[in-house]
Design a protein around this ligand. Structure first.
Ligand code: TYC
Length: 102
């Protein structure tokens, strides 16, 4: 049986745990039309990647169909997805950004 500091039987050993907020992966999807340069530019501008890292992620998406841009709180992930998709539409590219639970 569980005892507390006084040696008394502990009725409640469950500490109130503050739950960490869930994290979301922001992902980029491949398509046949968006220029590779544009994808690299997006990854550098919106996800603060170096040109080298952005090129790696772009090629991962190009060859595997999907790639992770970063992991964020729900609010930040939602904002990034909207900004990238708006930016892509403004430039008339079909590039798709989405999010999923990490
Ligand atoms: N497949 C595109 C091409 O051949 C390049 C591309 C890469 C598009 C990544 C989207 O998320 C993407 N031009």
């Amino acid at each position: 049986p569980l005892k507390d500091n006084d040696g008394e039987l502990a009725l409640q050993e469950t500490k109130p745990q503050l739950q960490k907020p869930p994290l979301y992966k922001v992902i980029l999807l491949n398509d046949d039309f968006t220029p590779m340069d544009f994808v690299v530019e997006v990854l550098m501008e919106f996800f603060n990647m170096s040109e080298e890292k952005a090129t790696q992620v772009m090629l991962q998406v190009h060859t595997q169909g999907v790639g992770v841009c970063g992991t964020y709180s729900k609010d930040v992930a939602e904002t990034k997805v909207c900004m990238v998709n708006e930016y892509s539409r403004e430039h008339h590219h079909p590039l798709m950004c989405s999010m999923e639970i990490a």
